[in-house]
Every structure is written in structure tokens, then in C-alpha cells.
Write a protein that binds this ligand. Structure first.
Ligand code: ZN
Length: 473
């Protein structure tokens, strides 16, 4: 299909090593260094692609090259010289930064499409009850499935908002999955699902993790944060204070239900909004709350498919953007969103905002693409590391093959990506200079094994939980 000299044995070697680890009984000891299951970082030259750098100074480069060396972007331009680099043919390809996903309850990926049709089978009763039956291995298995889907659909960064840390090994299982996938991520440490707000999270374990984070960071790909429950009790406020003391970024759901309107105002009044913090949803906001977010440089994560599907209401991304708030896009939970399709999420946001405002030009495709890349990265505090293709940044990028029935004919690239492209069009994914998807296939994971182990884990969960599933499940 193209001229890339691709070392198949090397790729399979990585996949086999990952499979061997996965099939062994789960021993979640992080004290020892783990085997590197990833493909190595080589020197690449992507040649003659349409490059959307998402860098305001550089813009797009038709017939452009991207030179990747030692995991970083060495150069972007035309007719680059890179003797010795492995050449990847970019003809017919759109090259852009990998998508940055900003809030995903990764563990719920095992509960895909399991928000039922009646009150008793709804998202909250199902996830909160079944979640209490999860094992540490379920966290690992769900994480592998989520990371594989993310990479497959061009997402190179995820924010794992982990509100089911039932014991230290649950966090370890989730982190191990992210590590093996080679994905860039923030892991936000939370409480066990269904736990009382009168108990703090496991602050001692969180502090231990942070203290020895270099052992968990997977070469700088992973970082730690707090999945905060809000200012409900003295215990949850303690979680907030400790995160501040540890210097961890804080993320909180607010103003999602109409009945939770005013939550952001309360945080503002109590002085609990601060730069770099993330608020999730913010569907029901007064103009004063939007101003408070902007003034305090609080970022917002918007997840249109969960917000619509569960009936929170319509996202207000355009209002937030207009007020100067940095907005990122998110999956939230496949239990509601079904999948992790960032193309679909971008398209939904554009359509919702234009429809809501009755304005064809309210949110442009280019602006939406920024939310999914550079703004998402800024919102997660990694805007100086990834999110655009600029020399010196880490090489997180994707190649979208436009020679597909749903993408022909080649017209305006940003519009094609937001309106027409699908995950199946993602030909190549590179994270930190390592290729994790090539020619449409994942190279660091054995998809069959990931899917089979997820099916086994769900079957066990179904049996153990005794949950009253809808009849057909
Ligand atoms: Zn959420």
C-alpha cells in the first residue's frame, strides 16, 4: 500500500510480549521495572502528505513532510532532508496531531452500551452497582480495551478519570493497561464507586504514587491527578487540599444536571477554582459562572454524546470558547457514548452549536479541530508537549487515509476531518515517536486477545454482580 519499510517481526515481537504478560496471572507489582512491550522509537520521515500542524504560526502544509527523531518532531516543512530516516509515504494522507481526549471513566468501557431503557437499568444504577463488583484485573482488562479503542480511533492522549479505585491494586491495574498500550494519559485518582462522601480517597496510596511517580510515568507519558468529587463534605475537601499540597491537577464534574446548576458558582464563592483545574460538563451555567471559569483560567471538558444520551442537556462549548475558556472534548463513558469516536464527537459539537445558535458559521470545523487537538492538550496541561506539530514537541500524530469512499473527493481538510472522517480512516498512529497503529492495524496490542479477555471479564462480572440486567443481556 505504501513504501514504508516496516519491520513486521519487531512489531509482532512487541505484541507477543504484551500477550505473554497479559495471559499470566495478574501480579500487580510495580516495584520492578516492566518489560518494554512497545515498538521502538525510530527515525521517520513522513513524505508528501497534507499536514495540518494546528500551529497558528505554521498552518497547513500541502505536500508537506514531518521528520520524527528520538520521539520528537525534528522538523515540519517541504522537501525535508533526513538521510537514514525510514520514509513513510504520505500521499493521500492527512497528517495531524493525535486527538486529545479529556475525560473518560476508562473502567466503564467494560459496560459498553449498558445504559438500559428503564430507570432501574439506567447509567447511574448500573455503573454504581456493577462497579462495586469489579476486581483489580477488571480495571486492567477495561483499560486495555479502552486504550486499544482510543489508539485505533486516533486518540493519543486520554484522561482516565478513575472513580473506582477500590484498593491500591485497582489503580495499579489501570495504570498497567495505559502503560502497555503506550498511550499518553493523565490518571486521575478517585474514590471507589458507590463509596460514601464521608470517606477520603486513599490519600496515603495517592501520595505514595506521587512520591515514586517516576516508576509509573512510563518515560513521561503518564501523569497523576485527582478525580475530585466536589466540595460535598469535609472528606472531599480534604482530598482537594491534599491534591493541592502534592501539586496534582484537579478535575471535577459540575453543573451537569439542571438540578446541579449553581455548582460552579459555589466553587467560585468558596475560592475553589484555580488555574489549570478542569470542570467537566458545565452544561447549565449562568453568564457569571462562565466568567468565573474564564477569570480563574479553569478548563472545561465537554462530552456531547454522554450529555445528550443521559439527558443532561446541550453542551455550551461555543459559549465557553467565546468567553475565552479552554475547552477539550471527551468520551466520558462508553456505557452512554457507545464508542470512543473523536470524529463523531467533533461532528456532534459542531452540529449542536450551529443548531443551537441557528448559525451556520457559529463553530467552524477548524475551531472544532483545535478543541480536539491543541486546545484539548492545553486544557490537560500538556499544550507545550503535544497537540500541534511543531519542532521540539513530542511526536504524537495520526495519518488519515483520504482514499476511502467516505472521504472522496479531497476538498477542505478540516471539514473532511470533522464532517466526514471515521476511525476506520485512521491509517497510522504515532505516540511519542512510536508507531502504535500502521496500515490500519494496531501494532502494540493483540486486538483479538484484548477483546476476548474483555468478554471473559464481563461474563464473570455479570455472574458475580447478580445485577438485574435487561432480559436480552
Ligand atoms: Zn464523567
Amino acid at each position: 500500500m505504501n513504501t514504508t519499510r516496516w519491520n513486521r517481526r519487531e512489531v509482532l515481537g512487541g505484541a507477543l510480549a504484551a500477550g505473554a504478560l497479559a495471559s499470566s496471572p495478574l501480579k500487580l507489582s510495580f516495584a520492578q521495572p516492566r518489560a518494554d512491550t512497545m515498538t521502538e522509537r525510530r527515525e521517520f520521515l513522513i513524505r508528501n502528505a497534507y499536514v495540518l500542524t494546528m500551529d497558528a504560526d505554521v498552518g497547513d502544509i500541502a505536500g508537506g513532510d514531518v521528520h520524527v527523531r528520538a520521539g520528537a518532531i525534528a522538523a515540519v516543512g517541504r522537501d525535508l532532508a533526513a538521510p537514514g530516516a525510514e520514509v513513510i509515504d504520505g500521499a493521500g494522507m492527512l497528517v495531524l496531531p493525535g486527538f486529545v481526549e479529556t475525560h473518560w471513566h476508562v473502567w466503564t468501557t467494560l459496560l459498553r452500551s449498558l445504559s438500559g431503557d428503564k430507570q432501574e437499568h439506567g447509567y447511574f444504577p448500573t455503573s454504581r452497582t456493577v462497579g462495586t463488583f469489579y476486581t483489580a484485573e477488571d480495571m486492567y482488562v477495561a483499560g486495555r480495551l479502552a486504550a486499544a479503542e482510543a489508539v485505533s480511533s486516533g486518540i493519543t492522549f486520554v484522561h482516565d478519570w478513575c472513580h473506582n479505585v477500590r484498593a491500591p491494586e485497582y489503580a495499579d491495574g489501570a495504570l498497567r493497561a495505559l502503560t502497555e498500550a503506550g498511550i499518553r494519559a493523565r490518571f486521575s485518582y478517585g474514590s471507589p464507586t458507590g463509596a460514601s462522601n464521608d470517606a477520603t480517597i486513599d490519600l496515603a496510596h495517592q501520595a505514595r504514587l506521587q512520591e515514586r511517580w517516576s516508576e509509573h510515568a512510563n518515560g513521561g507519558l503518564l501523569s497523576l491527578g485527582l478525580a475530585w468529587r466536589g466540595a460535598a463534605t469535609a472528606a472531599t475537601l480534604r482530598d482537594y487540599e491534599v491534591a493541592k499540597e502534592l501539586g496534582l491537577p484537579i478535575s471535577v464534574h459540575a453543573n451537569n444536571f439542571q438540578s446541579s446548576a449553581g455548582g460552579i458558582q459555589q466553587l467560585a464563592t468558596r475560592g475553589l477554582l484555580s488555574p489549570g483545574m478542569q470542570v467537566i460538563h458545565a452544561v447549565w451555567c449562568t453568564p457569571a459562572e462562565i466568567r468565573a471559569l474564564a477569570d480563574n483560567r479553569v478548563n472545561v471538558s465537554v462530552s456531547p454524546y454522554s450529555e445528550l444520551r443521559i439527558g443532561f442537556g446541550f453542551p455550551i462549548a461555543a459559549d465557553l470558547v467565546a468567553a475565552g475558556v479552554t475547552v477539550g472534548l471527551s468520551v466520558d463513558t462508553p456505557a452512554l457514548s457507545g464508542n470512543a469516536d473523536m470524529f463523531g464527537i467533533m461532528k456532534a459539537i459542531q452540529n449542536i452549536e450551529n443548531g443551537r445558535s441557528r448559525d451556520e458559521f457559529k463553530l467552524t470545523a477548524r475551531r472544532v479541530l483545535e478543541l480536539a487537538t491543541i486546545d484539548g492538550a492545553r486544557s490537560m496541561g500538556v499544550g507545550d508537549v503535544v497537540g500541534s506539530l511543531r519542532p521540539g514537541k513530542r511526536a504524537d500524530l495520526i495519518m488519515v487515509d483520504t482514499r476511502a469512499v467516505n472521504l472522496a473527493v479531497f476538498t477542505e481538510p478540516a471539514h473532511m476531518l470533522v464532517e466526514a472522517a471515521q476511525p476506520a480512516n485512521v491509517d497510522t498512529v504515532m505516540i511519542d515517536g512510536r508507531i502504535v497503529k500502521r496500515a490500519g492495524r494496531l501494532t502494540a496490542v493483540d486486538v483479538g486477545e484484548v477483546v476476548d479477555s474483555a468478554a471473559r471479564a464481563f461474563a464473570d462480572l455479570k455472574r458475580r454482580s447478580g445485577w438485574s440486567w435487561p432480559a436480552q443481556i
